[in-house]
Design a protein around this ligand. Sequence first.
Ligand code: SAM
Length: 216
Amino acid sequence: MKSLRLLTASKYIAGFNCLADCGTDHGKLPIYCVKNNLVKKAYASDNKEKPLNNAKKNILDNNVQNSVIPVFADGLTYLTEEVDVVSILGMGGRLIESILEEADLKNVKRLILIANSENEILRTFLQKIYWKIIAEELIHENRKNYQLIVLEKGQMQLTSLEKEFGPFIIKEKSTQFISMITKQINGLKTAVKHAKNEDVKQDLNIRISELEEIIT
Ligand SMILES: C[S@@+](CC[C@H](N)C(=O)[O-])C[C@H]1O[C@@H](n2cnc3c(N)ncnc32)[C@H](O)[C@@H]1O
């Protein structure tokens, strides 16, 4: 599997019993996890026919039809008791929130999430429903940065910057993270130069100070 996003996610799935991968598209993640004995069984679900057909074809091509089950479903409404780990990768944070809100997560022990956007909204929601971040990684793929969030049940109390960038990601201060934040700071500094309104300038400078603080 070539995707660094999916490979990194698979590390946190290893050792569980049954995976439900929601929004599976090609089905690469559940197929990889089963083929490499990271889990015994997996559900590969999508709410659109075309991606699910891609997954079905890949399941057959990889000869894992006995242990990777394609499911046509909106969200995670199909969860069975055996599913102990859930992945939702490559959707917006609000959509992931609405999928988790409707799902029965009673038997799920771990969530693996990558939101393409709206990470702050997603982490705010996860804190509210008593899921605790146990690991995070900032992954650079196809010239974009993705925040991988791994959670188990529990309590957490995040600041607004931690909700936006992730407590573990901020703490790690990887070169990738520092470069991402530095780019944002430089963009804001340019905006300050061009801003005519003093209030706007002040807000921009506050944001610059906050960002400078998390990379020092
Ligand atoms: C950008 S792809 C991500 C594919 C894969 N998870 C990855 O990260 O490489 C998003 C997939 O989520 C599916 N999707 C969007 N909304 C969904 C929902 N409510 N329930 C299930 N699947 C959904 C889309 O059809 C699409 O195949």
